[in-house]
Write a protein that binds this ligand. Structure first.
Ligand code: SF4
Length: 348
């Protein structure tokens, strides 16, 4: 899927121990709170690069309320009525809903009326309160996550589903988490996909000060994909890998382990990067097609809700890249660099 992440603010008071993204609002050197024009500029760039979706999530900014979430939707939809807006984790929904004073389903409908298309099933981490109490004691609890997701599905607002594994949880916690997601899906049918998210450890408190392990091993990553595929079918039909967490080569292997979805191109990614992930922020569509073809598969472009938008049966017929051109960098013998300079000067 061609999409763009937009994190509209990194100011957050929740304090999850696994999060390297959040900043205190007084941290003026690094905290940001993008104005609407900056959000629109990112949407324009996304559309120019072929995006069908923008994914909007941010920190929980203590100075905002429910109206801010709706205003972002209204502003985007006014300029891009066809752009799918996938936005607001259950944590953000919880915050906005509590500020709104509305019934939960009314609040969700109020956002849908303004243009909310689907909801990320993030803020799930491990849906066990004994784990949540340690890794993010201020975050919404299991029952509230379920209440919000079921209310969303109940009004026809689909969501993804996720797990974050490889920190302090045990296999039992992951198994119970999968069972919970499967049972919700049996009731609502509202999950579009399941996305396992490996814990990124390098730069956060959970690993550096609280004794969590440094993420899952590669075999664990692949086993979870395989188990999820077997355990969740036929109720959750799509299992997506995270190339940001796994890296593109392990993501290729995940296709053979049970994934059918390579996720989004993202264009911009801060949440994993700021916790230490180093697999990049942008996976151009042409690069994703190459990785998929190398595994003997045929790439297709999909919408957020898994409608096939385009098939790419023949690499020779692929469309030109919509990515901005960047100067190539060659390192090595001087004659190589002279070659590049000559090409830049003469075009040959
Ligand atoms: S994970 Fe989300 S809610 Fe938790 S501290 Fe980071 S930005 Fe805030």
């Amino acid at each position: 899927m061609v999409c763009r992440n937009i994190n509209f603010t990194n100011v957050c008071y929740v304090g999850c121990s696994f999060c390297g993204f959040a900043r205190h609002q007084d941290d003026t050197a690094e905290a940001y709170d993008h104005p609407m024009e900056a959000i629109l500029a990112k949407c324009r760039d996304a559309v120019a690069r072929g995006a069908s979706e923008v994914c909007i999530q941010g920190g929980i900014h203590p100075g905002k309320d429910h109206t801010h979430y709706r205003e972002i939707l209204e502003v985007i939809k006014a300029e891009f009525p066809k752009l799918h807006v996938h936005a607001y984790s259950p944590e953000e929904i919880d915050f906005g809903h509590r500020k709104s004073g509305m019934e939960l389903s009314d609040y969700l409908r109020w956002l849908v009326d303004a243009g909310l298309g689907t909801m990320p099933g993030t803020a799930a981490e491990i849906l066990d309160d004994s784990i949540r109490q340690v890794i993010s004691p201020n975050k919404l609890r299991r029952a509230r996550w379920i209440e919000i997701v079921e209310a969303a599905h109940g009004i026809g607002l689909p969501s993804t589903s996720t797990v974050m594994y490889g920190h302090i949880e045990t296999d039992r916690h992951v198994a119970e988490h999968l069972e919970l997601l499967r049972s919700i899906q049996k009731r609502t049918g509202g999950f579009t996909e399941f996305v396992p998210l490996g814990f990124i450890h390098e730069k956060n408190v959970l690993f550096n000060h609280m004794g969590a392990r440094p993420g899952a091993t590669a075999p664990e990553d692949l086993r979870l994909v395989a188990v999820a595929r077997l355990f969740l079918r036929p109720w959750i039909r799509n299992v997506q890998m995270s190339w940001v967490k796994m890296g593109p080569k392990l993501a290729q292997l995940a296709l053979d382990a049970g994934c059918n979805d390579f996720g989004g191109t993202l264009m911009e990614e801060s949440i994993s990067r700021e916790s230490g992930a180093d697999h990049g922020e942008n996976l151009p569509a042409e690069e994703m097609r190459r990785l998929i073809r190398e595994m003997g598969r045929t790439p297709v472009q999909r919408s957020t809700t898994y409608r096939i938008l385009r098939r790419f049966d023949d690499a020779a017929q692929d469309p030109p890249s919509l990515e901005p051109t960047r100067p190539r960098e060659l390192s090595g013998p001087t004659r190589w660099r002279l070659l590049e300079e000559r090409k830049a000067a003469t075009g040959r």
